[in-house]
Design a protein around this ligand. Structure first.
Ligand code: JFZ
Length: 339
């Protein structure tokens, strides 16, 4: 019996791309001393309480004549990857595409900018690469009624306010993403795991699911949407960072991994994992019938750090020689497929 996750279970290895205004900050903000909660480069707006306007100015650091998403696709191919997931909207609330919903997107901050998701979608089509979108659905630091961890210390966000954010930003933006960019292979919702007091309601999540099923029936939905993995509408489980799947994992699953620490580009990080470590993460996951999605954080000019390129190329070379053991009925299939 065919299922919409068939391609996914064959694909095994994907590319995650964290790219947004934070890429222009490179993890560094004037006077930042206290690194609390986490020190991810892509969390810089939150950590430094940067206003929407000032943060938007980071758009000026983007070098549009050098930015070419096709290069990311070619790099993914070379690494042996079969799908790409890009941060359409991260927690900062800033849209990478030319959204008509609100004004927090490149086109309103830099007249030279282009619709990067349109270009990436075209490049993926050209190179036979599946494309998916990361969308931060409950955390949004731009919208006054999106979830912001600092709010816990200040005021309570009412259910009505949060639903206003949901209906006027989340739903119409997802509609755009599922309408204007061709086939969307998967959606990657994000949620801080273990956060009990989430304000998202089940009926809001069901609304998203209906929208996805209506507009793109083949699109996969991940578990960080906020419903249990056992829910029939959750197509695959997202594990924690570099976490391996449980042996009796029933659902399709994947681990998202970073090459260093942050997901977005950070100029000062140098805790790179080795090519061997990354290959072992991939092989471990595949041996447990799971996927591995390795993240890159391009700079504001679209380029990738040498350290990332060299690791991706190493993995691609290894897969070229040994790939059959991963994709065929090879020695790494320790147990029969369960789905
Ligand atoms: C979240 C984001 O906050 C982060 O910026 C990045 O986008 C990442 C992919 O997702 O961070 C998480 C959330 C959960 C875990 C790790 C990082 N986890 O469960 O290990």
């Amino acid at each position: 019996q065919e299922s919409r996750t068939d391609w996914w279970s064959e694909a095994r290895f994907g590319m995650f791309i964290h790219w947004g205004l934070y890429s222009g900050a490179e993890g560094i903000w004037k006077g930042e001393k206290h690194r609390h909660f986490n020190n991810y480069a892509e969390w810089i707006k939150y950590r430094n309480r940067i206003s929407n306007e000032e943060y938007g100015e980071l758009a000026k650091r983007f070098v549009w004549e050098d930015i070419n998403p096709e290069e990311w696709v070619i790099q993914a191919k070379k690494a042996g990857m079969h799908y790409i997931t890009i941060t359409a909207k991260h927690h900062d609330g800033f849209a990478l595409w030319n959204t008509k919903v609100g004004n927090y997107s490149f086109k309103n901050y830099d007249p030279e900018s282009r619709d990067i998701l349109a270009e990436l979608a075209a490049a993926c089509k050209k190179h036979d690469m599946k494309l998916g979108f990361y969308y931060s659905h409950w955390v949004d630091w731009e919208h006054p009624y999106g979830w912001d961890h600092n709010r816990e210390l200040t005021q309570d966000l009412s259910d009505e306010q949060f639903d206003e954010y949901w209906q006027e930003k989340v739903i119409p933006q997802l509609r755009e993403l599922l309408t204007n960019y061709g086939d969307v292979a998967l959606l990657w919702f994000d949620m801080w795991l273990g956060h009990e007091e989430t304000i998202v309601q089940e009926k809001q999540l069901r609304q998203v699911i209906s929208l996805v099923r209506e507009l793109q029936p083949n699109c996969l939905i991940n578990s960080r949407l906020g419903l249990p993995v056992s829910d029939p509408d959750i197509d695959y489980e997202t594990m924690g960072d570099n976490q391996l799947g449980a042996v009796y994992q029933k659902n399709p699953w994947q681990t998202p991994g970073t090459i260093a620490h942050s997901w977005g580009y950070h100029a000062l990080e140098n805790d790179w994992k080795s090519s061997n470590q990354l290959l072992q993460a991939l092989i471990n996951n595949v041996s447990l019938n799971g996927n591995f999605m390795l993240n890159i954080g391009p700079r504001a000019d679209g380029s990738l750090p040498y350290e990332s390129v060299s690791r991706l190329d190493d993995m691609g070379r290894w897969l070229e020689i040994n790939g059959e053991s991963i994709y065929g009925a090879g020695g790494l299939e320790l147990r029969p497929k369960q789905h």
